[in-house]
Design a protein around this ligand. Sequence first.
Ligand SMILES: [Zn+2]
Length: 295
Amino acid sequence: MIHTIDLNFQGHSGTIAAFLVETSAGPVLVESGPATTLEALEAGVQKLGFALTDVQHVFLTHIHFDHAGAAWRFAEHGATIHVHPFGQSHLADPEVLWKSAKRVFGDAMEQLWGEMRKISPSQIHACEHEETIRVGETEFTSLHTPGHAKHHIAWQCGDDALFAGDVAGVSLAGGPVQPPCPPPDIDIKAWADSIEYLQECTAETIYLTHFGAISEKESHLAALSECLDDWHHWMAERLDGSEPADLVASFAEYVKSQLRLAGLSGEALGNYEVANPTQMSVYGLARYLNQRSTA
Ligand SMILES: [Zn+2]
């Protein structure tokens, strides 16, 4: 049984989720959300009849704050945190991660993400590609799926469910799908390969951290692929000779026009900016393109 818990991030419902999976060996979580939404997470877990301390396994899709920021809270009562090998050292000592995020988010860091404490290495399990972890009767298989981040895992749970983190994009309340492209390590080519890999995997129901279940896997991933190409080309055409900062406003306007075309307005449109800030994608795409041009 899979439950979606709305973390009501910064007061915006339907933007960041965590998932509770009931197994015969107790509840587990996929994603922890950031520390700033721990209260909402606890309330969601309690509503399902459990306590935070009942959670002995946390499966992280990647180590960005909106997905993994509160994982330490579970390690403190003995839970095992499952993560990509490239994410392991950052959970054990989040200082580098914190500093690089601080460069991007500045003074808003505390208010957005809150505290990230160290996790004892003995409680971190680094998962190889296609490694399966069994909790009670339920199997979780680690699918390494770089593109959004090099430390990204999509977790297949049982035959049908795929907790796809950010590699399957952002789609809020049935709205269009977008690729979140933050710095530092988005990789368009690797992302395209991961999308193809997920198309071929047997699980058909995608659970997006931003936000919720998607049953039309094939068309969803095809639309993601199209938007990724579109954003990539938009940036490639304008970056030459421009500073990324000068493109932030026009990219935000471009993305808004895409969402308006899809029929979105008001809060629904604003929530996309909360879940997938356009400024992040400008810096991520610019970094990707600049690195390739100097390589
Ligand atoms: Zn995210």
